[in-house]
Design a protein around this ligand. Structure first.
Ligand SMILES: *[C@@H]1O[C@H](CO)[C@@H](O)[C@H](O)[C@H]1NC(C)=O
Ligand SMILES: *[C@@H]1O[C@H](CO)[C@@H](O)[C@H](O)[C@H]1NC(C)=O
Ligand SMILES: *[C@@H]1O[C@H](CO)[C@@H](O)[C@H](O)[C@H]1NC(C)=O
Ligand SMILES: *[C@@H]1O[C@H](CO)[C@@H](O)[C@H](O)[C@H]1NC(C)=O
Ligand SMILES: *[C@@H]1O[C@H](CO)[C@@H](O)[C@H](O)[C@H]1NC(C)=O
Ligand SMILES: *[C@@H]1O[C@H](CO)[C@@H](O)[C@H](O)[C@H]1NC(C)=O
Length: 502
């Protein structure tokens, strides 16, 4: 019994009283990533209600946003907060800074009726090759300082430290030969040893979508969970989806450093709905539902049969319209909900769950749109179009593969004008565009191309800070997009399929 860690959240202990047999049933939970790089942020209280309405019991934040945490006060929702990469340098060298970080950013919330903080993510993907090794040596020293701080604060048995790791930390041609990148071997050994000693899981971010996006040779059905015409055979093990292959590559890599039994949590996984040829509602729905059903079936993987990841955090909860599009236009479309909390497709997060419920308490602006004045010559509007798209309008749906890529030149400009107008809360002056714009009450949406209506100031997180565009560090980074994009090329699945097909 002493070995069973009751703090490891998803372990439910079933005591069979008649036989006094102890059976441990691992029950994975589906959580969500709540990223906030958006110029149209829903008020945190609305987001927390949305989580509750959908019985979402685990949420992962990328920072320690006081507004988000205060909205989570008094709920049972298990929270993972994040420490930005730029903090690692000081946290790794200063126990005092670690102490005050825990005191100010964690202890304050750990009161009765406070926030149920269970994990602290230390850094975000610090082992990415694009960081050129600058962060990786800071990770374990930071963990040690923070762990001591947690102990001092009497929180060490409640809160676990984890490190979100991109799948580019390991590689292989087949899962059973998975190994961490050679320069990470010692660091990963130390990290795994630390995690094992504190009863913490290994956190990994897995994106089959990016493998498909980056490589046209990648067999599409291998990204999903409905079987494949290109299974991967690895000795006695047959893989029919990229996810299992990726997880087992990690399991093998952990085994090589001596911690083959370390529990794994998927920190980020998901599928975008717009902004690329394979990014659409059907594909996102098939991937996410297939993933959830696969996890909750408790099948596990060939190397860890019956042991699915402890927890899986979908990326993401809401669309974030101010994310950098350097990795691709899809970046702003990862949400299972649109920016205003409307379910994009009827996803079921649990075996007995109903489909996602929409946020109920969101106030939209009136049914009013800004479009091109039909009596004007669109060839004169490129400056205004550029202005709208380069400031606050999200024009990613207009690009190749986007849901609005087929609406023509006039449609294009209307879409951009409308995006700007909604962001300005339908201020009539914002639809002027030197006389080229026109306000209408007729919804200009065509087919799958939706012209959004904004949300009222009341429903919005305030103040709106557009200059926050490059702050925070949600997945794929903000300012490192281009290089990170190359990193995805090097990720396991791509190497694997390049080696098999080329
Ligand atoms: C609390 O966290 C924020 C955001 O990461 C950071 O800026 C601040 O310095 C932290 N507080 C302390 C005392 O370290
Ligand atoms: C992991 O931790 C457990 C419990 O603390 C310990 O018994 C085990 O030896 C550790 N594993 C390794 C490989 O050190
Ligand atoms: C995948 O299989 C499930 C059940 O077997 C089925 O309901 C679903 O429609 C399939 N999805 C796709 C995209 O083929
Ligand atoms: C959620 O909102 C979307 C978009 O407004 C709508 O199409 C859908 O029917 C709503 N879903 C539910 C369950 O009400
Ligand atoms: C959440 O749980 C409640 C109570 O079990 C249930 O009635 C409701 O349908 C669930 N919501 C969803 C979206 O499954
Ligand atoms: C619409 O705008 C997109 C993005 O700027 C561009 O790629 C596309 O060619 C435009 N279409 C037309 C018909 O102008």
């Amino acid at each position: 019994m002493g070995r069973i860690n009751f703090c490891a959240a998803p372990l439910f202990l079933l005591l069979l009283s008649t036989s006094s047999l102890v059976v441990m049933v691992v029950e994975s939970a589906i959580g969500v990533n709540w990223g906030t790089i958006s110029s149209d942020r829903l008020a945190p209280s609305i987001v927390v209600n949305l989580l509750k309405e959908n019985n979402i019991t685990k949420v992962k934040l990328f920072d320690v946003d006081p507004q988000a945490l205060s909205a989570l006060r008094g709920t049972d929702i298990e929270v993972m907060v994040g420490i930005e990469n730029q903090m690692l340098s000081i946290l790794s060298t200063s126990p005092d800074v670690a102490d005050s970080w825990i005191t100010q950013n964690v202890s304050t919330y750990m009161t009765k009726g406070g926030v149920n903080i269970r994990y602290i993510a230390v850094g975000n993907e610090p082992f990415l090759t694009s960081f050129e090794g600058k962060l990786q040596t800071l990770v374990v020293p930071s963990l040690l300082n923070l762990q001591k701080a947690l102990e001092k604060a009497n929180l060490a048995n409640l809160i676990k430290l984890v490190v979100p790791c991109n799948a580019d930390a390991y590689e292989s041609t087949v899962p059973s030969e998975g190994a961490f990148r050679p320069e990470l071997t010692q660091i990963m050994t130390d990290l795994a040893s630390f995690l094992n000693s504190t009863g913490s899981p290994f956190l990994v971010n897995i994106y089959p979508f990016l493998s498909l996006y980056q490589n046209s040779d990648f067999p599409q059905d291998f990204a999903f969970f409905n079987g494949t015409t290109h299974p991967l055979t690895d000795g006695p093990n047959v893989y029919s989806n990229a996810f299992d292959g990726n997880l087992d590559t990690l399991a093998a890599a952990l085994d090589k450093v001596g911690y083959g039994q370390l529990p794994i949590v998927v920190g980020e996984i998901g599928w975008p709905t717009d902004g690329a040829p394979n990014a659409n509602l059907n594909a996102a729905s098939a991937f996410n539902q297939g993933l959830i059903n696969h996890i909750l079936s408790n099948k596990g993987t060939p190397m860890r049969p019956g042991v699915p990841p402890m927890d899986v955090y979908l990326f993401g909860l809401l669309d974030e319209n101010a994310k950098s599009v350097l990795p691709g236009n899809f970046e702003r479309h990862w949400g299972i909900f649109s920016f205003d909390g409307q379910a994009k497709y009827p996803l079921k997060l649990g075996l007995d769950s109903g489909p996602l419920k929409n946020a109920t308490d969101v106030q939209h602006l009136p049914s009013s749109w800004c479009v091109v004045n039909p009596s004007k010559d669109i060839s004169l509007m490129s400056k205004q179009f550029e202005f709208a798209c380069s400031t606050v309008a999200d024009c990613t749906a207009l690009e190749d593969g986007g849901s609005c890529s087929g609406i023509g030149g006039k449609g294009n400009i209307s879409y951009a004008f409308n995006g700007y107008y909604q962001q300005q809360k339908q201020d009539p002056r914002s639809c002027d565009f030197d006389g080229f714009g026109m306000i209408t009450n007729v919804d200009p949406s065509v087919g799958d191309c939706r012209f959004p209506v904004g949300i009222s100031v009341k429903s919005t997180f305030s103040p709106i800070k557009i200059e926050d565009k490059s702050s925070g560090s949600p997945s794929r980074g903000n300012n490192l997009g281009f290089r990170i994009r190359l990193d995805y090329f090097a990720s396991w699945v791509v190497l694997l399929w390049v080696s098999l097909f080329l």
